[in-house]
Design a protein around this ligand. Structure first.
Ligand code: MG
Length: 369
């Protein structure tokens, strides 16, 4: 049989309302404004990918992604979609940055490759199914409300809670103290300052917060401040995880070489998808650094792809794939399911998720042929 080629690409503005605004140290997210691509082939297969461009983290917007996606789609038309590395190299050569949009294309191509091989994505990635436990995250709010949310998360079967901090040391202590009292001793609490502190503040805050038995702190300082991150790591009693400081394998290599962090947070929306994520994980593994896989505000579709990646990468020890819980509706057909914090992977070929056609029909879209 002749090689399949890409015949057309559909691009959608995938908007999903949130149950409530989600506040972190550097911004507030009010809606999921994602981008969805469907890559169709001459063999009748379709690969589906999603990117979640959070402007204040990745510098992309849904509007900029929608425009750029038309150009990236044109690069694919008539070409073999299964040569994923080649196709993504062409995309990288055409457009610098824009990792969330590239994630959507990379995910769609991997979905096609796995469907074409008749394998679930984790198997295509040479992995096996293993238990995956996601934490759930609490945005910044009033301490009593956050404590109540933390207790609910624990009671609904999650094995860890992640808490947003970084808007003031005294307030952070009140919030974390209330949460520790609500969940009791021994329940893992992860914190994420989202760049909210400078290095001296971060060291003081982390020394204060250590008495509440914190598992790890994400991104205490500005994303560009690698020396500051290393300083904090050297003076913090709590392990330090880089998040906004690590987008691509180059970042991972620099952070690992400097000894600037204990862990790396991989997100497909930062790494440009699965290929970049695998390279980051390989660098981390070579440096003796464990990884977490996290998320932006993706639907269960992109979360499914991320969960397959986790299952195939044993160096990923922590998982934060909970954004679907913030969304007011779930338009995803198939894909991962949750049993408390336990994530079940589908066995269908590809990542196993799609968006309900009725939901897609109501979205702004364009088809590139
Ligand atoms: Mg983070």
């Amino acid at each position: 049989m002749a090689d399949s080629v890409v015949t057309h690409v559909e691009i959608f503005k995938l908007n999903i309302g949130l149950l409530e605004p989600f506040r972190v140290a550097i911004g507030t997210i009010r809606q999921a404004t994602n981008i969805l691509v469907k890559v169709h082939t001459s063999h009748g297969l379709t690969g589906v990918g999603e990117g979640s461009p959070t402007e204040f983290i990745v510098g992309e917007s849904q509007a900029s992604d929608f425009e750029a996606a038309k150009s990236l789609a044109r690069l694919l038309i008539g070409k073999n979609p299964l040569a994923v590395q080649e196709r993504m190299n062409e995309i990288d050569a055409f457009l610098v940055g824009n990792p969330s949009l590239k994630c959507a294309f990379d995910m769609a191509l991997y979905d096609l490759l796995a469907k074409s091989a008749g394998l679930p994505l984790y198997a295509l990635l040479a992995g096996e199914k293993r238990p995956i436990y996601t934490c759930r995250t609490i945005g910044i709010g009033e301490p009593e409300i956050m404590a109540r949310q933390a207790a609910e998360i624990k009671n609904s079967g999650f094995h860890a809670v992640k808490v947003k901090v970084g808007l003031g040391r005294a307030e952070d202590i009140r919030r974390i103290q209330a949460i520790r009292e609500a969940v009791g001793d021994g329940f893992p609490i992860r914190i994420d300052a989202n760049q909210g502190w400078d290095p001296p503040e971060a060291v003081l805050a982390l020394r204060d917060l250590a008495r509440f038995d914190i598992q790890v702190c994400e991104q205490p300082v500005a994303h560009w401040n690698y020396a500051g991150l290393k300083h904090v790591r050297e003076h913090s009693p709590i392990p330090i995880m880089a998040d906004e400081s690590v987008f691509d394998p180059h970042d991972a290599f620099k952070l690992a070489s400097m000894g600037a962090c204990d862990l790396l947070n991989i997100k497909l929306a930062k790494s440009g998808g699965i290929a970049g994520a695998a390279k980051i994980d390989a660098i981390a593994q070579a440096a003796g650094i464990r990884c977490m896989v996290g998320c932006m505000i993706e639907t269960r579709l992109a979360l499914s792809a991320a969960a397959h990646f986790v299952s195939a990468h044993p160096n990923v020890r922590l998982v934060d794939l909970d954004s679907a819980f913030f969304q007011a509706e779930d338009p995803v057909v198939g894909g991962i399911t949750y049993e408390g914090g336990l994530v079940h992977l589908p066995d269908a070929p590809g990542h196993g998720a799609d968006i309900d056609p009725g939901f897609l029909a109501g979205l702004e879209s364009i088809t590139v042929k």
